[in-house]
Design a protein. Structure first.
Length: 643
């Protein structure tokens, strides 16, 4: 029974996107054709991959191609492919919504675009919404698609008005037709039914697509003599040529990665990068190499200039595509590159691979392991050769994920350590390498000090750093969650141990034994009062100006690590910490005097709780009883003002 025509509403975020596209002035309207061709190419890639194990999917239609058909009288443009096609369910899933992982980030970017009264090619590419760019030029878009192996086809149609229709239909074979009914052309806008304009766009943006992009074009061809008109003497008369329509291939299909690297222009690199990444920002730099020896393979890699919105999401795809003799094998090839370099985009063409290779075989393949090792090595060389400004631009975008390699790639952790950068208490907001940090260490300094937290301003002003600053010791300011895992694995650098400023004994000062003895009763009272919250009270060697802070033992979890784990919903066992008090601070002396005068004075307990709250607040934590804290501080302020 045929499916009846159904009408559905686009998801809210797509409606917003379409409204923005339709109502925006576009300086680069031709990107729609580039996106539709790219989608068609992807569909053929998927078919070729499936056909490695299911050759029957190709059937009699093995000449894979993308066809563009323009009709000037009807003002339509059609892009057709004989790729994998889509089922009804796939059309519903893929057209009419945006990947769930990108929705919130997409909406944020959308809001920014609204403020600028324009939507950019970068936005379209970054969030995988290239299909919707068709509505830049079309008042109506129709999709007719039939999945490989399916008997029925699906017809999808929309005016870009917030709704679409979907119904069952027929199509001669597998593949997809995208039919655009073009808007009336404004002055100075290109006519996308013009042959020369289509040729130019394909040549500029899609020349390297691996499949023929064809179009029927009118040509002058000689009329065979036997078909020519003859005069009474048998000699040809009239026209000797005639107009005929012939299918012509518009793109060169040159695999850019197989070219000599000196033959590829920067513009070609930019267009190819856009093709494989759907990122309209130009790449920061690239790596183009041919490896020779017992095995030969080609590698073309790109470092993006901007991090993708899904850099840290579990669904994020790796950027490498695997080919064998120019035949697409798979995308998202995690076996070729480690996770911490998964943001790199590009192509690896390994002629000696088995075309029917599976992921399981890839994991065991010696050639793949060799390629992976060389890719990592060459990328490290590329990073090390970047100019300081270029590297800083790269690091601001990808530093957090690059640092994760220290924890996950034991073999290369020392090499990765050379590339990490941190702001410090002395760097005035600039990034510093560990190498430069060690070179600038105070002569009395034996360890590399660091502090972790989610707020740069908070940790640079942390009480934990007071004694270190007084000694003129530089401290690394670690503000990425991944840094907690970095310091677990990178315990030393260049023979210098990494030491947390908030854990263990810093060995940067001595405690006055006389004061320690004089305050012993006070410390015992505080310990008893706070025994459910802290493991110990002790005089601090960290503090110079502040009155209190919390610290941990060397192997305790940091406050920031605890915060990270709690934010992921993990149930954390209670970790008691050490309350450190500055015995040189006048407040401690005055509380001690109260204790000596009257042990039962209720203010002593109030001030003890206040010391604890101040220590928690100083490290960015949340106190248990904010209203009590506020009242105590208010009372103290009132008393101070009265005096």
């Amino acid at each position: 029974m045929a499916m009846k025509k159904e009408t559905h509403q686009f998801k809210t975020e797509v409606q917003q996107l379409l409204k923005l596209i339709i109502n925006s002035l576009y300086s680069n309207s031709e990107i729609f054709l580039r996106e539709l061709i790219s989608n068609a190419s992807d569909a053929i890639d998927k078919l070729r991959f499936k056909a490695q194990t299911a050759p029957e999917l190709l059937g009699d239609d093995s000449e894979l191609k993308i066809k563009i058909t323009a009709d000037k009288s009807k003002k339509t443009l059609q892009v057709t492919d004989n790729g994998i096609g889509m089922t009804h369910a796939e059309v519903m899933e893929n057209i009419g919504t945006i990947a769930k992982s990108g929705t919130s980030a997409f909406l944020q970017a959308l809001e920014q675009s609204k403020k600028e009264s324009a939507i950019t090619p970068e936005l379209i590419g970054q969030f995988g919404v290239g299909f919707y760019s068709a509505f830049i030029v079309a008042k109506k878009v129709t999709i007719i698609t039939r999945a490989a192996g399916s008997e029925s086809a699906t017809r999808w149609e929309s005016l870009g008005d917030g709704a679409y229709t979907i119904e069952e239909t027929t199509r001669p074979g597998r593949g997809t037709d995208i039919i655009l009914e073009l808007k009336d052309k404004e002055k100075d806008e290109p006519d996308f039914t013009e042959e020369w304009i289509i040729r130019r766009i394909v040549k500029q943006h899609s020349d390297f697509v691996s499949y023929p992009i064809v179009m029927d074009v009118e040509k002058d061809e000689p009329i065979p003599e036997k078909e020519q008109l003859l005069d009474k003497d048998g000699k040809p008369v009239g026209e000797k040529t005639r107009k005929v329509m012939r299918e012509e291939t518009l793109n060169s299909m040159k695999a850019i990665w197989l070219k000599n690297k000196d033959e590829v222009t920067e513009e070609e690199h930019k267009e190819f990068y856009t093709h494989i990444s759907h990122d309209w920002n130009p790449p920061l730099t690239h790596l183009h190499m041919k490896m020779e020896g017992t095995t030969e393979y080609h590698v073309l890699l790109y470092i993006p200039s901007k991090a993708p919105f899904d850099l840290f999401t579990p669904e994020r795809k790796h950027g490498l595509q695997l080919y064998c003799k120019r035949i697409f094998i798979m995308e998202n090839c995690k076996e070729l590159i480690p996770d911490y370099l998964g943001f790199v985009k590009g192509v690896v063409d390994a002629p000696d691979l088995n075309l029917n290779v599976s992921r399981e075989i890839l994991q065991q393949d010696r050639l793949v392991r060799n390629i992976r090792k060389n890719i990592v090595k060459k990328l490290f060389e590329l990073f090390s050769k970047m100019e300081p400004e270029q590297y800083e631009s790269f690091y601001k975008e990808f530093g957090p994920i690059l640092k994760s390699g220290i924890h996950t790639d034991f073999e290369n952790k020392d090499k990765i350590a050379e590339f990490v950068r941190y702001k410090t208490t002395k760097s005035d907001g600039k990034f510093v390498s560990l190498k430069d940090y060690v070179a600038n260490m105070n002569k009395d300094q034996k360890e590399i000090y660091y502090i972790t937290g989610d707020n740069l301003s908070a940790i640079i002003n942390s009480p934990h750093l007071e004694a270190l600053k007084a000694k003129d010791f530089e401290v690394l300011l670690m503000t990425d969650p991944v840094d907690e895992w970095v310091v677990m694995s990178l315990t030393e650098y260049d023979g210098k141990k990494l030491k947390s400023a908030e854990k263990g004994d810093l060995d940067v000062g001595d405690v006055d034994d006389a004061k320690k003895k004089a305050y012993s009763a006070l410390f015992e009272h505080i310990q008893k009062r706070l025994e459910s919250k802290i493991k110990e009270v002790k005089p601090s060697t960290r503090l110079k100006e502040s009155v209190a802070c919390l610290s941990g033992d060397n192997y305790d979890m940091s406050a920031y690590m605890e915060k990270i784990l709690r934010s992921t919903g993990q149930t954390m066992p209670e970790v008691k910490r050490v309350l450190e008090l500055n015995v040189d601070h006048p407040v401690i002396a005055k509380i001690n005097a109260l204790l000596e005068k009257d042990k039962e004075n209720p203010l002593i307990n109030d001030y003890t709780d206040l010391l604890m709250d101040m220590a928690v607040i100083s490290e960015g934590g949340k106190i248990e009883n904010p209203s009590k804290f506020s009242k105590l501080v208010g009372d103290l302020m009132a008393g101070a003002i009265n005096n």
